[in-house]
Design a protein around this ligand. Structure first.
Ligand SMILES: O=C(O)c1ccccc1NCC(=O)[C@H](O)[C@H](O)COP(=O)(O)O
Length: 215
């Protein structure tokens, strides 16, 4: 069994095609207007049309209105939404697709906060991110030992924040997550993916054999 990989903040159709070809399981499209990875809805729809049959297209939102999120799901062909802002548990439902709730991890108190989202609304997955300034895409890691308290308690966990081709295998071995997610660690500049780095990242992540037990 290998880990799932989501490549976040893709902005160009040619990059999207290459990301799928490299073996990604999910593509993240950023709808936060202040992100350097923001895509207009028409561009997002074109990116989503590159989706292979088994791939997921995740719309990333920060404190966005539910009506706008529903419109983007409908018009851009999103298969999941990622709520990456300060959304409370009760805001994580009603979009017609599964929700990934992202939380920035500073310490054990954030693990407790994450528990409040488990089994609530349409939260199908938690994404644990580093606590860089801003909301996401900051290239900052967190204490991976905290993930152990959330893995295997019912909701799949994605580990994010500061992952690179050089450290992702270590992150997978340390946390044994459902998946990993990366934005800045595989870019030449924000929103422009370094396709060789994407390939190395996916190969490094997926080569870790999660069937093997810890000793
Ligand atoms: O990437 C952004 O610009 C961004 C902005 C605001 C909210 C979320 C954002 N990205 C979401 C992601 O899922 C990133 O992959 C995640 O934060 C990790 O980023 P990085 O540390 O750069 O790999």
């Amino acid at each position: 069994m290998s880990v799932h990989v989501k490549i976040c903040g893709v902005t160009r159709v040619e990059d999207a095609r290459a990301v799928w070809a490299a073996g990604a399981d999910a593509l993240g499209l950023n709808f936060y207007p202040r992100s350097p990875r923001f895509v207009q809805p028409e561009v997002a729809a074109a990116l989503a049309r590159t989706r292979p049959a088994l791939g997921a297209v995740v719309g990333v939102f920060v404190n966005e209105s539910p009506d706008v999120i529903r419109a983007r799901v409908r018009d851009c062909g999103l298969t999941a939404v990622q709520l990456h802002g300060d959304e409370p548990p009760e805001a994580c439902a009603g979009f017609g697709v599964p929700v990934i709730k992202a939380l920035r991890v500073r310490g054990p108190e954030d693990v407790e906060r994450a528990r409040q989202y488990m089994g609530v609304g349409d939260v199908a997955t938690l994404l644990l991110d580093g606590a860089a300034p801003g909301y996401g895409g900051g290239g900052v890691t967190f204490d991976w030992s905290l993930v152990a308290q959330l893995v295997d308690v019912g909701v799949p966990v994605l580990v994010a924040g500061g992952l690179t081709p050089g450290n992702v295998a270590q992150a997978v071995r340390a946390t044994r997550p459902y998946g990993v997610d990366v934005a800045s660690g595989v870019e030449t500049s924000p929103g422009i993916k370094d396709l060789e780095a994407v390939r190395t990242f996916i190969r490094s992540a997926k080569t870790v054999n999660l069937w093997e037990r810890h000793t």
